[in-house]
Design a protein around this ligand. Sequence first.
Ligand SMILES: CC(C)(COP(=O)(O)OP(=O)(O)OC[C@H]1O[C@@H](n2cnc3c(N)ncnc32)[C@H](O)[C@@H]1OP(=O)(O)O)[C@@H](O)C(=O)NCCC(=O)NCCS
Length: 317
Amino acid sequence: MTNSGIAVAKLADIDDVLALQFKYHVASIEAEDKSSGFVTTLFTRDQLKSLIDDESGLFVVRQDGALIAYAMAASWGYWSQWPIFAHMLKGLHEVEYCGQRLSAANSYQYGPVCVAKAARGRGVLERLFDFARAQMAKRYPILVTFINKINTRSFAAHTRKLGLEVIQEFEFNGNQYHELVYDTAKPLKVPATGGKIEKRIRDAEERLRLAMLGSDVAALDELLAPELVFTSHLGQVIGKEDDLDFHRSGLFKLNELTASEQRIQIHGGVAVVCVLMHLSGSYAGASFDSRIRYTRVWSIVQNQPWRIVAGHASAVA
Ligand SMILES: CC(C)(COP(=O)(O)OP(=O)(O)OC[C@H]1O[C@@H](n2cnc3c(N)ncnc32)[C@H](O)[C@@H]1OP(=O)(O)O)[C@@H](O)C(=O)NCCC(=O)NCCS
């Protein structure tokens, strides 16, 4: 994606923003999506209109016409209509950052931010954040935001990837929050779209290749998910323990395992790899030399590395 897909929102964007908000708002999100983050502040059409007209504080990303992400940012005056922000504003002056005591004059509140599921993990958040930061930097030196402690994906993204710093924690209405800050004079180093994740998957595929080549059961144990379902080139369906036992038995010895025609697709927390492997070695003393095309599905879940959840193999004549 290029920056041309990112813009300061216009009134015509409001319907699409409301639809995306509904999909990922804590009150209406699908249960299965909640662990990948949710938004809590609920905007009405009029509140979005005011955010656009009075604050120039709504930023959107479109891809092929569809709205795939938005971020909000506005003055504390705008936010004070919601009790949680009024609460944050009260404690603002207790914190110092970049050599200044925070105030409604030198800081603004960033967020909520939301990226559609299919567009996550591809650098959209980084681009959107940096675009919004550059716009707001003209008016404020310091960004302030909060993240619910149970929204671990958002916390990981904002601290590890965007570099926001936690300045304090607070409790509001029975929920625990991190409060974070960012120096708006600091441009973010925006990665190439999807490049970082693709590299992780390529690295994971290489670790898998080496683990298979050396029948390294400990490494395979880390790379295969417990729920693995793998269909072999002979049509057998095997699980993780079958695969580990196969390598533990010592009957299977690979002398060569080379990869070619590797194709990687990233779909949020899932990656699909299609690759042609040339294998030669022996099984129970009988030698083989074959070409097998694999489709592997890698998945990432909370605080875990990428692991294979499914695979399929077909022999190539
Ligand atoms: C939060 C959000 C904006 C982050 O954008 P994103 O594109 O998903 O972010 P990324 O995938 O680039 O980064 C998330 C990081 O958290 C990791 N992660 C994924 N799921 C996780 C989880 N459940 N817990 C902890 N970390 C998780 C990812 O591995 C990734 O790190 P990595 O790239 O180093 O591997 C997006 O997920 C979203 O819109 N969620 C729904 C709404 C929301 O939560 N908004 C924020 C409200 S504060």
